[in-house]
Design a protein around this ligand. Structure first.
Ligand SMILES: [Zn+2]
Length: 296
């Protein structure tokens, strides 16, 4: 049923209008997580055909010095959160299509068999309930159910060192904290460690140049913005619905979630923002993260 709706919306003219009018002079950031190689092969050519895919770094440069750097019309940045192991398989697709892609890594999970806490099935608490708890309480509830951030499982969920070193010349690898907590639920010391340490680890242990932070689950507070500035990030990225300009607060960059889709109609509708626009109009938040702010 939804697929039919995507098809109708895609061909309604709305996607065209959004793309050619609203997105024309904006910078759109797309959010993926764990897209398969097959889905990327099928759908990335659509993005390449209809948008100008730019590296996140180009947007940051233009934001910092608009007189020296200009951006193309319909600029689009492809981002992936978490550093899932399958992201590595996208390397040949990205290279063949010459697509710049930014991947945000959890510095405490890559190169280990530790798991993302949100993939652990708690026997009686929902993810939303866990995210609502204080960071300490969440960790306690997870521990009681058998999950700790340090626990090494049988198989990895995140990319390993070799994959990261191999990918780093093509992918832009940036920071997504150490362990993917809900930052606003952390104490000052916890948030500081997560935001500052992840940058340090990625730079020191992997030789990366880290200048962008993606807030886990898109959750952030003013305190977390201050910490990102203090740590030396040039920008930080949310999952708030909307498009960006050279005036957008660089520590509250907006993104459109495209739901790792392999469906071209769904991608067209979500990459244009048509879908999120109507959901927001209906008073609903973007379908990712539980504290997505409405557009400011
Ligand atoms: Zn994440």
């Amino acid at each position: 049923m939804k697929r039919l709706l995507y098809k109708l919306l895609r061909h309604s003219g709305l996607v065209f209008i959004f793309r050619e009018i609203i997105q024309r002079n904006k910078i759109t950031l797309l959010l993926y997580h764990d897209l398969s190689r097959e889905a990327a092969e099928k759908t990335f050519p659509y993005l390449k055909k209809h948008y100008n895919i730019i590296p996140l770094a180009d947007y940051i440069k233009a934001h910092q010095d608009p007189n020296k750097h200009s951006l193309p019309k319909k600029a689009l940045v492809i981002t992936f959160d978490d550093g899932h192991i399958r992201n590595y398989q996208l390397l040949p697709v990205a290279q063949r299509l010459q697509l710049p892609i930014t991947i945000f890594l959890c510095a405490g999970i890559i190169n280990t068999n530790r798991h993302y806490w949100f993939t652990f099935k708690h026997p009686n608490l929902s993810k939303a309930a866990l995210k609502r708890a204080s960071n300490k309480q969440r960790l306690k509830m997870l521990r009681e159910a058998g999950f700790t951030p340090e626990r090494e499982f049988q198989t990895p969920q995140a990319m390993n060192r070799q994959q990261i070193l191999e990918a780093k010349d093509h992918f832009d690898l940036q920071a997504h904290t150490m362990t993917h907590p809900c930052l606003p639920r952390c104490t000052d010391a916890e948030a500081k460690e997560e935001i500052i340490e992840s940058k340090k680890v990625l730079e020191k242990d992997y030789g990366l140049r880290i200048n962008a932070l993606a807030y886990p689950n898109g959750d952030y507070s003013d305190r977390d913005i201050s910490l990102a500035k203090e740590a030396g990030y040039a920008c930080a990225i949310t999952v708030d619905f909307g498009y960006n300009t050279l005036q957008t607060d660089p520590y509250r960059l907006k993104r459109l979630s495209v739901n790792d889709t392999a469906d071209l109609d769904e991608l067209a509708v979500k990459a244009s923002g048509v879908w999120q626009f109507f959901k927001t109009r209906n008073g609903k938040k973007q379908g990712y993260g539980w504290t997505n702010r409405v557009e400011r």
